[in-house]
Design a protein around this ligand. Structure first.
Ligand SMILES: [Zn+2]
Ligand SMILES: [Zn+2]
Length: 170
């Protein structure tokens, strides 16, 4: 079972499509928790970003057969990284993605809502894969391929390659 935890500002269209795609990929039940506010103490005013590691710890851990995924619409950083698209707790059965840098308009391009929803699905499946103990995959079409840029994200699909697929227990 996957529990989606929307933080404030995340649109319903993104959540609805995310639920459908996660159900398709994992073949498991996907539920929503109620929307929560961004915890102010995870905000770093000097950077104008939220601390992804701190934010991840505010999510309740999933139970044995459950994964918890937070969906954020704020810019996130993590320890040595200037920004991140998502973060997973490899032992805690919880993960986080952010939509902010998945938007074309973040880069001064014309908005593309369907591309945003597709990118969000890829990031979500990728981070949930990490909570299953999967590492990065060398196959550039596999969802577990490491996205250094959005070009990498757009090139890969939102499914696991056959080799990664066998390691998923959800
Ligand atoms: Zn990764
Ligand atoms: Zn793979």
């Amino acid at each position: 079972m996957i529990t989606l935890v929307p933080f404030e500002r995340v649109s319903q269209e993104v959540l609805t499509e995310l639920k459908e795609r996660l159900q398709e990929v994992f073949g498991t039940e996907v539920n929503f928790a109620s929307t929560i506010s961004m915890p102010v103490w995870t905000y770093e005013p000097l950077r104008g970003q939220y601390n992804a590691g701190s934010l991840l710890l505010t999510l309740q851990e999933g139970k044995a057969d459950e994964r918890v995924l937070g969906i954020v619409d704020q810019d996130l950083f993590a320890s040595r990284l200037n920004f991140i698209f998502g973060l997973a707790d490899p032992e805690g059965r919880r993960a986080l993605i952010t939509l902010t840098r998945l938007r074309q308009d973040f880069y001064g391009l014309a908005p593309d809502p369907s591309l945003l929803r597709l990118r969000a699905a890829k990031e979500a499946v990728h981070e949930l894969g990490h909570t299953e103990g999967l590492e990065h995959c060398p196959d550039p079409r596999c969802v577990m391929y490491f996205s250094n840029t959005l070009g990498d994200t757009d090139h890969k699909g939102y499914h696991f390659c056959p080799r990664c697929r066998t390691k998923i227990s959800l």
